[in-house]
Design a protein around this ligand. Structure first.
Ligand code: NAD
Length: 396
């Protein structure tokens, strides 16, 4: 069939298999062009099919030569419906890993459930023995608690006061004011339950109890801080409260794993176009301004460049992992440079519908958004027939 993008707001309901494969190959080529990393041998990535999780899996395999298990929530093609982008990404990743002589396996399902944790543990035991790195990169709007059965929904809202700021419709460049009502106590509780650290803790406990976590293992999860422009809706809002919980979990896990020489970290990453970040009001416009400034200064990075720097300079640098005063790894350091933020703040104040394409990299944002689904990717003929039915080689 001929596959075209079908969008509804910040959601694209189709994905292009060859375009996704091309995007994955581009990331693989990037890391192959960098010095290899003396890093982990067997890696579990929870949330492995897109964004930071996929890039972590690619760096693990193609920079460190690791075997990988990817857990993710994606769907294969059915009838006239294409698979999701994460499905095609994972299929392409596994084919490339097999060609490189690396083991890689996929588990598709709800990472929050006991069933998927048990299935993953069984797979690790059978195929890899133990894992020495666990990357936790789940971003989800919902979670059903495995013990109580309660289903929580996360919201992106400020706490305390109504928040108003600029936002953009990245399809047509309309810059408008977004006004967001503050979250209720219950919305806050539910957001922490979805995006906080409880499930990460459950994964590590389960892996440890089953004896499939290697002595001295490392685990890392991802967070975001960002500038004051986005604080009310992000860092000081519901999602920031969940990230505080995730960061507190890292400290607990660091002690828990430290007893056998292991480590747990939260890495604060740069704001990037992913399926998750495009759903947050205000943030896409901020990212567009940020991209403009960072590209002009030759400091721009995507997920793969960020994750390569995380592994090579921070987690597996041959010495101590540098952290800030709160114990956080900061690969958002370039984004947060004062000269970058001053420039972004100036642009922010001036941004309107009339000048958005000139003052920000909204066109770059839009192109990257479609790129997440395998569209607008160089070298792909979108008028040609494509087979949507792609198998994941080692799907369990
Ligand atoms: P993403 O949407 O690209 O990836 C999310 C992954 O989670 C996908 O692989 C998806 O399949 C998986 N997933 C979702 N629900 C699942 C479930 N129930 N079971 C199993 N897998 C599930 O998101 P991302 O932007 O790469 O975010 C990953 C992490 O990085 C998040 O913690 C996010 O807060 C953080 N982060 C993102 C940014 C950013 O700008 N995008 C910046 C800093 C930190």
């Amino acid at each position: 069939m001929i596959i075209k993008p079908k969008t509804r707001g910040f959601i694209c309901t189709t994905a292009h298999p060859e375009g996704c494969a091309r995007q994955v190959q581009r990331q693989i080529n990037y890391v192959k062009g960098q010095p290899s990393i003396d890093g982990p041998r067997n890696v579990l990535v929870v949330g492995a099919s897109t964004g930071y999780g996929l890039a972590s899996r690619i760096v693990s395999a193609f920079s460190a030569g690791a075997n990988t298990v990817g857990v993710y929530f994606d769907k294969g093609a059915e009838g006239s419906r294409t698979a999701t982008a994460g499905w095609y990404n994972s299929a392409a990743f596994e084919s490339a890993a097999a060609e490189a002589g690396l083991k890689s396996y996929s588990i598709v399902g709800d990472a929050f459930s006991d069933e998927i944790k048990d299935k993953t543990i069984e797979l690790i035991r059978e195929e890899l023995g133990k894992v020495d790195l666990v990357v936790y990169s789940v971003a989800s709007p919902r979670r059903t608690h495995p013990k109580t059965g309660e289903t929580f929904s996360s919201v992106i809202k400020p706490l305390g006061d109504v928040y108003t700021n600029k936002t953009v419709n990245f399809h047509n460049g309309d810059v408008t004011e977004a006004t967001i009502e503050p979250a209720t106590e219950d919305e806050l509780r539910q957001t922490i339950a979805v995006m906080g650290g409880e499930d990460w803790q459950m994964w590590i406990d389960a892996l440890q109890a089953a004896g499939v976590l290697a002595e001295g293992a490392t685990t890392v999860a991802y967070s975001y801080i960002g500038p004051s422009i986005t604080h009310a809706v992000y860092r000081d809002g519901t999602i920031g409260a969940a990230k505080n919980d995730l960061e507190a979990t890292a400290h607990r896990l660091h002690e828990q794993l430290g007893a056998s020489g292991g480590r747990a970290f939260v890495s604060v990453n740069k704001a990037l176009v992913t399926q998750s970040s495009s759903a947050i009001p205000v943030v896409p416009l901020y990212i567009s301004a940020l991209y403009k400034v960072m590209k002009e200064r030759g400091l721009h990075e995507g997920c793969i460049e960020q994750m390569y720097r995380l592994f090579s300079d921070r987690l597996y640098n041959g010495g101590t992992t540098p952290v800030d005063e709160k114990g956080l790894i900061r690969v958002d350091d370039w984004e947060m440079k004062p000269e970058i933020q001053e420039e972004v703040a100036k642009l922010w104040a001036a941004l309107t519908t009339e000048n958005v394409y000139e003052l920000s990299d909204l066109e770059g944002y839009r192109k990257e958004f479609f790129g997440l689904f395998g569209f607008e990717t160089d070298g792909i003929d979108y008028e040609a027939e494509a087979n949507p039915d792609v198998a994941i080689p080692n799907l369990r």
